[in-house]
Design a protein around this ligand. Structure first.
Ligand code: ADP
Ligand code: ZN
Length: 579
């Protein structure tokens, strides 16, 4: 029998990651007085884990979250895909006396979860648009009779009269919010219907425990989850986002099809996913690989249900170990031996990229995540953002906030493709984690040899041009001006009269654009959030002109290639860089 003193010790280990204080004393008192109940749960939780879910032990973070929920404390769990968030709320849901409501936006995932729970002998149901009105009535009636321990519900159903009638009369022990980042306008998938959860919690006669989970949350999103949902002194658990077995690399090939084909052919025995931004690209890459004898399948929303299901199964059971897909593919897929994830196009944000790339190497063995970038990808994504389709759920103000955040995230994704620093560290920093290491030893940039060059002269020419045009143009016009391009469009803007026109005539377009990207990354410039992406100066721009600071850029060669042949420079630019 576990003594209450040892339980207390265990609890004291739990500290709030925001204020680093031990969890509040009030709760400890509750434990001491409700000691018997807690002891019973403490013993039963391991039993439930084994008997219902079939696992011998908890994974990182799971047990602490379960304990805190059982103590009646709100919880916010930020754990990467595959970390095992479901157990964190399903297990306590079975031990708590009343019903747990799980709000989830993903109907297919909800159906899978309920199926799995029912298969494990747990009574659960879902309320969403996959059911007819009659079926909903029946499910809610059963719920009211206490037949289910867990009820999944889509956010838009929360304020329907029948659902309210049920929750206001039932004994609700916990409300769980899955994909909790949807509550935040800063998140990649803001859903105003999530705000209904806050009203629901307020309406309940007895406030239940509230637990929120997501796979991706930047600091701003995490703050929103806690504040907007009104979590009460929550236990916040962020489990490591780093996936050390994954190798990250960005390539900018001239011919993406050839790059994909070469890669797949040289990894013939491996299973892999190739993500494309559009259905058209999926069909094209799929046909190209099939023509070259690869056992490949495909997945996108344009295929009918049966075909999608059959293709998915072909992939999962390794009948066709390679799949070409849009981002519609992957939710709820738990295939452990995916050895590579190639991105034929740059995704719209780091959140999506990390989630999609993270489907590689779930078995912990080495796997590769390679993004094939082209400037065209930025244009495709901008188009997709501008043409997202009207969402009637949004007010005009919300629509603008979502749009601006989409553009802001796209920018960060673009910077990932241009940074010469550690790619892993870039993404971890994005999610608010800092390893403190300069070199992870397992990404394209860390395995490259860099030459460092001072590009301050080019940078100050860029700044002077932006000043001369009164910050009215974007990267293309600024680059064209510096290169002194003879184009009617440039002449019509009058840039041929600028003092900087043709100042960097001998430099390549991609080099100047590279310097601009570096200046954006380091905050010497900024871009507007509209589709024109005008270049603007910042308070640090002038420091480069005055020479107080120098802009150093890394020029890279892959280590192996570098060893094989040292390039002979064709020509040098004003900063002494190879063109
Ligand atoms: P998430 O929701 O975080 O993406 P899931 O809850 O779907 O992750 O779990 C991912 C996988 O890990 C599932 O196959 C699940 O069965 C498995 N899993 C979860 N917890 C454990 C555990 N304690 N031991 C072993 N496997 C686990
Ligand atoms: Zn690295």
């Amino acid at each position: 029998m576990i003594k209450s003193a040892s339980i207390l010790n265990l609890l004291r280990k739990n500290t709030c990651i925001l204020c680093d204080k031990a969890i509040i004393y009030r709760r400890h008192k509750t434990v001491i007085s409700g000691d018997k109940q807690w002891q019973e749960w403490w013993i039963r939780k391991k039993d439930v884990l084994r008997k219902v879910f079939g696992y011998d032990s908890f994974r990182t973070g799971q047990e602490e979250i379960v304990d805190n929920i059982l103590l009646g404390r709100d919880v916010c769990g930020i754990m990467p895909t595959g970390a095992g968030k479901s157990i964190c709320y399903q297990l306590p849901a079975l031990l708590l006396p009343g019903i747990t409501i799980v709000v989830s936006p993903l109907i297919s995932l909800m159906i899978d979860q309920v199926k799995a729970l029912n298969g494990a002998g747990v009574h659960a149901a879902y309320i969403n648009s996959a059911l007819t009105e009659n079926q909903i009535t029946k499910a809610l009636y059963n719920a009211m009779c206490g037949r289910y321990k867990i009820v999944y519900v889509a956010p838009e159903r929360l304020e329907t009269n029948r659902f309210l009638e049920f929750v206001l009369n039932a004994d609700i022990s916990m409300i769980t919010i899955d994909e909790a980042h949807c509550i935040s306008q800063w998140g990649q998938d803001f859903r105003p219907s999530y705000l209904k959860i806050v009203n629901l919690i307020k309406m309940l006669p007895k406030r239940p425990v509230v637990s929120a989970f997501t796979a991706t949350a930047t600091q701003a999103v995490k703050d929103d989850i806690v504040c907007v949902l009104g979590l009460n002194n929550p236990f916040i658990k962020v489990t490591g986002f780093d996936r050390s077995n994954l190798y990250f690399e960005v390539r900018q090939p001239n011919n993406k099809d050839a790059e994909v084909l070469n890669y797949v052919l040289s990894h013939r025995d491996d299973s892999g996913i190739i993500y494309c931004a559009t259905r058209k690209n999926v069909d094209k890459v799929y046909a190209m690989l099939a023509k070259n004898g690869i056992a490949v399948t495909r997945y996108h929303a344009g295929l009918d249900n049966d075909m999608r299901k059959a293709n998915q199964e072909d992939f999962i059971y390794d009948e066709k170990p390679v799949i070409v897909a849009t981002n519609a593919f992957g939710m709820g897929i738990d295939k452990s031996n995916v050895r590579y994830v190639l991105h034929y196009n740059m995704p719209q944000c780091i959140e999506n990229y990390y989630q999609e790339a993270g489907r590689a190497g779930r078995d912990g063995e080495p796997a590769e995540c390679i993004l094939l970038f082209s400037p065209q990808d930025v244009i495709i994504n901008e188009f997709l953002i501008e043409n997202k389709g009207e969402n009637n759920e949004f007010t005009e103000e919300e629509r603008k906030a979502v749009h601006d955040n989409d553009i802001r995230r796209l920018k960060k994704m673009r910077y990932y493709c241009s940074t010469k620093e550690c790619l892993r560290e870039y993404m971890l920093n994005y999610f608010g984690e800092y390893s403190g290491k300069d070199d992870c030893g397992n990404c394209g940039n860390c395995s490259a040899v860099f030459e460092e060059k001072d590009v301050t002269n080019t940078a100050s020419a860029i700044i002077k041009t932006i000043k001369e045009c009164h910050e009215r143009f974007g990267t293309s016009v600024i680059t064209g001006t510096l290169r002194g391009e003879n184009k009617a469009k440039l002449r019509s803007y009058g840039v041929d009269r600028y003092s900087t026109f043709g100042m960097c005539r001998q430099m390549s377009e991609s080099f100047i654009k590279g310097v601009i990207d570096k200046m954006l990354l380091d905050g010497y410039l900024r871009e507007t959030n509209d589709m024109y992406r005008l270049l603007k100066l910042t308070e640090t721009s002038d420091i480069l002109i005055s020479g107080e600071e120098h802009l150093i850029m890394k020029w890279s060669e892959r280590k192996e290639e570098f060893k094989k042949e040292k390039r002979t420079p064709k020509s040098l630019d004003a900063d002494g860089l190879m063109l």
